[in-house]
Write a protein that binds this ligand. Structure first.
Ligand code: ATP
Ligand code: MG
Length: 145
């Protein structure tokens, strides 16, 4: 039995326009990912992996082509369907560790008590509860400590 396709791209092309000098990052990328599959994008630096992931998650538009998630065209971020972990730590250095964890919930207007409970649970899960009042950039968090 074939599994349903959850992510599909059809001839996705992306050209960035930088100071009137176009940079072509992707040309005619088509693939399909099945439900419950683990898919890796592999290629040399600059080949367009991050660009494709940003398009798949609705963070930037493609120049042409189509992206479907659960059969629906992606036109904007869909936080209930797609989560993104960025290549670089996108932490706010002036906030503490726990404030950084809470930040996406703050943006979603989750009440303070609820977001603090959720953030504490996440820190405990990663065995990092002792780091919650540290500044995000002040020390490395060790999962084993
Ligand atoms: N915002 C942008 N504006 C202009 N050009 C960009 C932008 N983002 C990426 N590019 C260019 O698009 C191409 C693909 O970049 P991308 O970051 O998607 O590659 P990558 O495969 O993720 O690379 P890496 O392995 O280094 O992370 C590169 O030539 C890059 O310089
Ligand atoms: Mg990248």
């Amino acid at each position: 039995m074939t599994k349903p396709t959850v992510i599909e791209t059809r001839k996705v092309t992306k050209t960035y326009n930088v100071n009137a000098a176009p940079v072509t990052a992707l040309v005619d990328i088509s693939f399909a990912a099945e439900e419950n599959s683990f898919v890796s994008l592999v290629g040399p630096s600059g080949c367009g992996k991050s660009t494709l992931l940003q398009i798949l998650s609705g963070l930037i538009p493609s120049s042409s082509g189509e992206v479907l998630v659960d059969g629906m065209p992606v036109r904007k971020p869909m936080p209930d369907k797609i989560a993104v972990v960025f290549q670089d730590a996108t932490l706010l250095p002036w906030k503490t560790v726990i404030q950084n964890i809470e930040f996406p919930l703050e943006v979603q207007k989750v009440p303070p008590r609820e977001r603090r409970e959720c953030a504490r649970a996440m820190l405990s899960l990663a065995a990092c509860a002792s780091a919650c009042r540290s500044r995000a950039a002040s020390r490395r968090i060790r999962a084993s400590s």
